[in-house]
Design a protein around this ligand. Structure first.
Ligand code: AR6
Length: 168
């Protein structure tokens, strides 16, 4: 059984086996939670991302996939980078958002991670409506078989926290 916990705050302050990053396909950093993780985690994370670009992801990490690196100076064993879909009003991309959570848990299982902290993927720069993102995140974690014992959703503000709390 996987326990789901909700926390309000900054994911870079969390202690967990793995912290998930809402990255972009370049893997080379950006704003939002991605910027915060690279800032607090230090240059080792970017070095590892550059190595992944050179070895496995020359064209970038595809949307919906996930890959792990060192967590650098963060209080975690690994950062799992995943690329959320940009919200579209005309196209249903929810399978890709669900895939981010599923693939991150698959990578976490491969690593042997027991506690995994997730941000609300795609709800910032990528503009996914928070309530819908909270539903997809929660349902996907509940429906994914995994050895991860605790999934912690780390929500940056009241609005995000309330949206996830509504999922019961
Ligand atoms: N801790 C927890 N949540 C955070 C933090 C933090 N330190 N900072 C922001 N959030 P976003 P996306 C929340 O924009 O929408 C980047 O430039 C934020 O309030 O970080 O998937 C990447 O490089 C929001 O609810 O990620 C990509 O280009 C949620 O995290 C692009 O943004 C996700 O917001 C990815 O966009």
């Amino acid at each position: 059984m996987t326990t789901i916990r909700l926390v309000q705050g900054d994911i870079t302050r969390e202690t967990a086996d793995a912290i998930v990053n809402a990255a972009n396909s370049s893997l080379l950093g950006g704003g939002g939670v991605d910027g915060a993780i690279h800032r607090r985690g230090g240059p080792a994370i970017l070095d590892a991302c550059r190595d992944l670009r050179a070895s496995r992801y020359g064209k970038g990490l595809p949307t919906g996939q996930a890959v792990a690196t060192t967590a650098g100076d963060l209080d975690a064993g690994w950062v799992i980078h995943t690329v959320g879909p940009v919200w579209s009003a005309s196209e249903d991309r929810s399978a890709l958002l669900a895939s981010c959570y599923r693939e991150s848990l698959r990578v976490a299982d491969e690593l042997g991670a027991r506690t995994v902290a997730f941000p609300a993927i795609s709800t910032g720069v990528y503009r996914w409506p928070m309530d819908d993102a909270a539903r997809i995140a929660t349902e996907t974690v509940r429906d994914t078989p995994t050895s991860v014992e605790e999934v912690r959703f780390v929500l940056f503000d009241d609005r995000a926290y309330e949206a996830f709390a509504q999922q019961g």
